[in-house]
Design a protein around this ligand. Structure first.
Ligand SMILES: [Cu+2]
Length: 143
């Protein structure tokens, strides 16, 4: 009985999302970026712990993380990947589960159908890979 109870408790623990620890998100943004702040809120609503830093040198950040050709407003670091712009959590989950050999993923610019920008319409938002030097961005997923 004791063993069974412990087992049940373990199952309950595993079923609660907090046990599947999502990686900490480090996010760089401009202090005056409203949609960046909305995106931070969106990530937190979906269980991510986000440390957001206001930076005045976002251009340098884009260069540092190789996202100048697929740049958006904010730049985030999640589980060893760069996640640029208003990327839906569904794509972030695919990235973290599939662990592809890429630098990261991006939703370039600020599309109005992306989280933190406006209303998402499933199947309409293209997420791109962050290209290595000399390569073109590829489609990572459509969310
Ligand atoms: Cu934005």
């Amino acid at each position: 009985m004791y063993v069974l109870t412990r087992f049940t408790a373990l199952l309950l623990l595993l079923a609660s999302s907090s046990v599947w620890a999502l990686p900490l998100v480090t996010l760089y943004k401009d202090a005056n970026c409203g949609c960046c702040q909305k995106y931070v809120a969106y990530l937190r609503e979906h269980g991510f712990k986000v440390e957001a830093f206001d930076r005045a040198d976002m251009g340098r950040i884009k260069q540092q993380y190789g996202v100048t050709r697929v740049a958006s407003c904010h730049t985030a670091l999640i589980g060893g990947y760069v996640v640029e712009g208003h990327v839906p959590v569904t794509a972030i989950q695919k990235l973290l589960q599939q662990k592809p050999a890429i630098a990261g993923i991006s939703v370039p610019d600020m599309p109005t159908n992306s989280p933190g920008m406006g209303e998402m319409k499933p199947g309409t938002l293209t997420v791109y890979t962050i290209p290595a030097a000399g390569e073109m961005p590829r489609v990572f997923s459509v969310e």
